[in-house]
Design a protein around this ligand. Structure first.
Ligand code: TYD
Length: 138
């Protein structure tokens, strides 16, 4: 289930399975994750005062899930922006298109799982905010 946050960004709610004895969330390509998953990475041990990201991608679909702990993500499509708290393992954020993102306020135990529809490609990054805005205006 997806709920729009700003253009290009939505909340994604995954079905949790389990009970008081334990929980499980399954991620399935082209089912509850609506793209081909080419890359999975996870971010952990991030120092609380650090801001990560600070970039946009020219062409990429991504789901971010806080499988453990909490963090915040600022998403900005050049017209509007929003800061979202990620604090529930089955509630993540789905980003598609040209969106500037910054992740911050990581809890010590935070593990942020990232699913991506592309292989790692440094050429797909826009790392300067003014270049991002120029790209949005194109
Ligand atoms: P970086 O993009 O700076 O992370 P963040 O946006 O979260 O601040 O990546 C950190 C390092 O990891 C950098 O050396 C590049 C490397 N990296 C990969 O090798 N593969 C990947 O898929 C990603 C996302 C990063």
């Amino acid at each position: 289930m997806k709920k729009p946050i700003i253009a290009g960004v939505s909340e994604i709610l995954l079905e949790p399975h389990g009970d008081e004895q334990g929980m499980l969330v399954a991620l399935e390509e082209r089912k509850n994750i609506d793209f081909e998953i080419k890359r999975i990475y996870y971010i952990y041990n991030t120092v609380g005062c650090v801001t990560r990201g600070r970039h946009a991608h020219k062409d990429m679909k991504q789901v971010l899930l806080p499988v453990k702990g909490t963090c915040q993500i600022l998403v900005d499509n050049g017209k509007e922006s929003k800061k979202v708290v990620l604090d529930t393992p089955n509630r993540g954020i789905y980003i598609t298109g040209l969106v500037w993102r910054e992740m911050m306020n990581f809890s010590k135990d935070c593990v942020l799982l990232c699913l991506v529809n592309t292989y790692y490609d440094t050429g797909d990054y826009i790392r300067k905010y003014d270049e991002f805005l120029a790209e949005v205006k194109k």
